[in-house]
Design a protein around this ligand. Structure first.
Ligand SMILES: NC(=O)c1ccc[n+]([C@@H]2O[C@H](COP(=O)([O-])OP(=O)(O)OC[C@H]3O[C@@H](n4cnc5c(N)ncnc54)[C@H](OP(=O)(O)O)[C@@H]3O)[C@@H](O)[C@H]2O)c1
Length: 364
């Protein structure tokens, strides 16, 4: 039996417990499937949250089987992680949605396909898109999850961003770097304000493009809540769970959209039908409290969870090819350096000091 190398974990763990395992090479099972040789895969914070077991609450069967010491449906051990990759199609099913052997592609894998940090992956052609022609595999792999989430968050702002002032937290994070660029280059925001740590202030223009960000705030030395004039911002895009501390900055009728604060239970249940009812109710109450606090400032509030869509991945491809979206890849680690791979995951786990996206180069 052919085998592949894969980053796995045998119990819920921090990245220190990750294992480089030999797994059976995946094979096409559905007509719409494609087999992709993975060239590069990018790390997202959710990969580490998943490995840590935070998301196991989403599946009651999982919790029951865990109590019984069994493997489970949600994270079958050895479990795999990773949603974002770019690679080359090696074979296709009978109904592969226009994709062909040899195509260079990128994808945000579906929940049941996850496992980007491995040599081969089978994914539905309904989620896989042709890679932007002008990007390397590393750059393309850095985009899907963080940029699609950002796109969906910005699209959730009723009335759009045209001629608006947008405040994006963490402008050189995965989500923040996408938000600054999409807000200015795609949605026509007139002013983009962002925060970064001290050593990154001078790098913003070079990494995101001249004129993308109008005001950079070093959040280590200045409090954005005090520096930005009250009532001067139309939209806050929150990536660091500070949404509600910026309410006073937002104009009446403006928006705060978070991708890190708890979403509503109803929203999450539509994506993860097995979450327990009590957890769903808890989330709904917490969400309503946040919305109520925002409404006292006449501000709209939402917190969203990504729903991957191939047509939006194709939008990213177009914007990348038009130069409106530049991937920010801060670090590339070879797959063969497994200690380096674990260290890279640990840096994302600690959520401090990383620039842009960290990518694992699978084909060296
Ligand atoms: N809802 C969804 O579907 C969804 C999708 C994607 C991501 N997320 C979540 O959104 C969050 C951000 O994701 P990401 O991919 O952008 O993370 P990331 O690329 O790993 O960004 C983390 C970076 O943010 C900077 N940072 C930390 N605290 C900050 C602060 N208070 N102000 C400004 N910058 C700060 C840090 O750099 P410095 O230390 O140099 O400042 C850090 O390196 C994560 O919690 C992730 O799980 C949710």
């Amino acid at each position: 039996m052919a085998t592949i190398k894969a980053v796995t974990f045998n119990k819920y763990t921090t990245p220190n417990g990750f294992v480089l395992a030999d797994l059976p090479k995946p094979t096409i099972e559905r007509p719409e499937d494609v087999l992709i040789k993975v060239y590069a895969a990018s790390i997202n914070p959710v990969d580490i949250k998943r490995a840590f077991g935070i998301l196991r609450i989403f599946d009651p069967e999982n919790r029951q089987s865990e109590r019984q010491g069994l493997t489970d449906n949600y994270d079958r051990f050895p479990a795999r992680i990773g949603y974002d990759l770019a690679g080359v199609i090696e074979s296709v099913g009978d109904d592969a949605d226009g994709l062909n052997v040899g195509d260079e592609v990128f994808v945000r894998l579906a929940e049941d396909e996850r496992g980007a940090f491995q040599e081969y992956v089978v994914a539905s052609s309904k989620t896989v898109a042709l890679k932007p022609k002008n990007l390397t595999f590393e750059e393309a792999a850095s985009l899907p999850l963080a940029t699609l989430t950002t796109l969906q968050a910005l699209l959730a702002v009723e009335g759009g961003l045209q001629n608006k002032t947008v405040f994006v937290t963490s402008g050189l994070s995965g989500t923040g770097s996408a938000a600054c660029q999409l807000a200015k280059n795609v949605f026509g925001a007139s002013k983009v304000i962002t925060t970064v740590s001290t050593s990154k202030v001078s790098r913003v223009a070079a990494l995101l493009g001249e004129g993308v960000v109008d005001e950079v705030i070093d959040y280590k030395t200045r409090n954005p809540g005090k520096v930005i004039p009250k009532g001067s911002v139309d939209v806050v895009y929150d990536t660091v769970a500070e949404a509600l501390s910026y309410l006073h900055l937002v104009k009446p009728g403006g928006w705060i959209i978070s991708v890190i604060c708890l979403p509503s239970g109803q929203n999450l249940k539509s994506l993860f039908p097995n979450i327990p009812a009590w957890f769903c109710s808890f989330l709904d109450i917490a969400f309503k409290i946040s919305k109520y606090r925002a409404s006292r400032y006449k501000v709209n509030y939402d917190s969203i969870v990504l729903v991957p869509r191939k047509e939006q991945l194709l939008d990213l491809k177009q914007w990348a090819e038009e130069g409106k979206l530049k991937p920010v890849v801060g670090k590339v680690v070879p797959f063969s350096d497994f200690e380096g791979v674990k260290k890279a995951f640990t840096e994302i786990y600690e959520a401090k000091g990383v620039t842009g996206k960290t990518v694992i180069k699978v084909v060296e």
